[in-house]
Design a protein around this ligand. Structure first.
Ligand SMILES: [Ca+2]
Length: 440
C-alpha cells in the first residue's frame, strides 16, 4: 500500500511554509513532532526550506537540550551540524508488515530480502511483501534482553559460493553468553525459503558474561575480503572497563578472515597478551557499521545519556570508552574521568547529545536520491528516523532526519536505489521503502 500525505496535514504544512517564508524562520524541526503521527510522518518534515537558504545555514535538526550541558565539542560541527539547505522529501511505502521483530536486512542478488529475526529465525521476504517460512539450520541463540540473532552479511562472492555470515548472542551455559559469528552455506529453496548447511562458528567474543546487554554487533566486509566484526562491552560495571584491555574481547572492533583466522597485518597480531583479532578498542556498543565506497570503515556506537559517536576506526587506536566520552551516565553522573578528550584517545568524527540510539547503517549510492549520494544513512531507535549525514573531508557538514514514526532497526540501500528501513515495535517489525518526493 502507498501511504499518502493527508489533506489536513498538507494544508498545515503549506501554512507553515508560508509562515516560514514570511518570517524567514526554519520551522522544520518545530514542525516535526506534529508530523510524527500516522503515515504522513514519512514525509521528510524538513521539506520546508528557508526563503534565503544560502544566506545562513539552517539550524541543526536536534533542538533539545544536551544531557551534558557543560561539554563542548573538540572542533566545529563535531555535533549538531546544520541541516542541508535543500531538504530531501521522501515517502514511505510499507513493503511488509507484521513480521517478527527483525534485527537486520540484506538484499540477495535476485533482489529478495534476507532478514534476521531477533528470536532466532531467518526469513526471505519478496519485494511484494511475501514472507517465506523459517530458513532451517539457524543455531540456538540467547534472545533475552538485547540478544538474539543479530546481523547478517553475504559473502562478496555469494552468487558463486552461497556463503552467509551472521552474528548472534551465543548461549554458553549457566546464563553466560557472548557475541559469536558463524559462516554457513545458504541453499535457496522453492517457496521463498532455504536452509543453512556447514554452519561453522568463526568468531567468539571472549570472555563470555552472564548479562543481556551490549552485544553489538555488525558485520562489514573490507575491500580486501577480511571481515570487520563490531561488538559491545556488556554494559555493566566493572566488566565494561575491559573495553580498554587488549587481552579482553569486550568493547572492540575485530578484523578476521572469513575462515576465522587472523589477518597477519592486524595491529596487535604480534602483541604479547593482546587478542590478535582486535582492530580498534575503547568502544561501548557498536550496532552500526559500513565499509564506505573508498574502503574506509565507519561505525556508530551507542553512548550513555548523550555520547553516541560516529567514528572511522583506525587500526590500533583507542576510542576512549569508558574513560573518555561525551554525555553522562543514565543517573546523570560523570562517566570515567569525566572528560571528553585525553591524550592517546581518538575524538569521534561526530557525536550526538541527546542520542539518536543508532541501529544499522549504509552509505547511499543510487539514482533515486541524488542529493544523498555518498551520505551515510543511520537508523535511529530513539529518533524514530533515518538519520542522514554528509561527511566531507572527514567532517560532518550536514545532518537531516527522515521521520519514520517507529524505531528504526536497520537501513539498507536497495539494488533499485531506494532506501529500505526495518522498523519495529516491541513485538513486531515492518519493512518500509522510501521513495523520492512527497507522494502526492
Ligand atoms: Ca569515544
Amino acid at each position: 500500500m502507498r501511504l499518502r500525505f493527508s489533506r489536513a496535514l498538507a494544508t498545515a504544512l503549506a501554512k507553515a511554509t508560508a509562515l516560514a517564508k514570511a518570517t524567514a524562520l526554519a520551522p522544520a524541526t518545530a514542525f516535526a513532532p506534529a508530523a510524527v503521527v500516522g503515515p504522513a510522518a514519512f514525509i521528510a518534515a524538513q521539506a520546508v526550506t528557508v526563503a534565503d537558504a544560502h544566506a545562513q545555514s539552517r539550524p541543526p535538526v536536534e533542538t533539545g537540550p544536551p544531557n551534558a550541558p557543560g561539554q563542548s565539542p573538540a572542533f566545529a560541527a563535531q555535533t549538531r551540524a546544520p541541516q542541508p539547505d535543500d531538504a530531501t522529501a521522501a515517502t514511505g511505502e510499507i513493503v511488509a508488515r507484521d513480521l517478527p521483530r527483525l534485527w537486520a536486512l540484506e538484499f540477495l542478488p535476485d533482489r529478495r530480502m534476507l532478514v534476521t529475526a531477533k528470536d532466532g529465525a531467518m526469513h526471505i521476504v519478496t519485494q511484494d511483501g511475501h514472507v517465506g517460512p523459517e530458513i532451517a539450520g539457524v543455531p540456538d541463540v540467547d534472545p533475552r534482553g538485547q540478544g538474539g540473532l543479530l546481523d547478517v552479511a553475504l559473502d562478496p562472492n555469494f552468487a558463486e559460493n552461497g556463503l552467509v555470515y551472521f552474528s548472534f548472542s551465543q548461549p554458553r551455559g549457566d546464563g553466560v553468553n557472548g557475541t559469536a559469528v558463524a559462516r554457513a552455506r545458504l541453499e535457496l529453496r522453492q517457496g521463498n525459503t532455504g536452509s543453512l548447511s556447514d554452519v561453522t562458528v568463526i568468531f567468539e567474543q571472549t570472555p563470555g558474561y552472564a548479562g543481556t546487554r551490549h552485544y553489538g554487533s555488525r558485520l562489514a566486509f573490507a575491500q580486501d575480503g577480511t571481515l570487520f566484526v563490531t561488538v559491545g562491552e556488556r554494559s555493566d560495571q566493572p566488566i565494561r572497563d575491559q573495553a580498554q584491555d587488549l587481552a579482553s574481547g569486550l568493547g572492540k572492533v575485530f578484523r578476521i578472515n572469513t575462515d576465522g583466522s587472523i589477518p597477519a597485518d592486524n595491529p596487535f597480531a604480534n602483541t604479547p597478551g593482546a587478542q590478535p583479532a582486535i582492530w580498534s578498542y575503547g568502544h561501548r556498543n557498536i550496532q552500526s557499521a559500513v565499509v564506505a565506497q573508498d574502503g574506509t570503515l565507519w561505525t556508530v556506537e551507542h553512548g550513555a545519556r548523550g555520547g553516541d559517536e560516529l567514528n572511522a576506526p583506525l587500526p590500533g587506536r583507542n576510542y576512549g570508552w569508558p574513560v573518555v566520552t561525551y554525555g553522562v551516565s543514565y543517573g546523570g553522573q560523570p562517566i570515567g574521568r569525566g572528560v571528553t578528550a585525553a591524550e592517546g584517545t581518538e575524538q569521534p568524527v561526530y557525536y550526538w547529545d541527546p542520542v539518536i540510539a543508532p541501529s544499522g547503517m549504509d552509505q547511499y549510492r543510487g539514482d533515486a536520491f541524488p542529493a544523498w549520494q555518498g551520505h551515510f544513512l543511520i537508523g535511529g531507535l530513539r529518533t524514530q528516523a533515518v538519520v542522514v549525514v554528509d561527511v566531507e573531508d572527514g567532517r560532518v557538514v550536514t545532518e537531516e532526519w527522515v521521520p519514520m514514526a517507529m524505531r528504526v532497526r536497520d537501513v539498507k540501500v536497495g539494488p533499485d536505489g531506494l532506501v529500505y528501513a526495518v522498523t519495529e515495535t516491541n513485538t513486531s517489525s515492518r519493512i518500509v521503502k522510501l521513495t523520492p518526493g512527497s507522494g502526492s
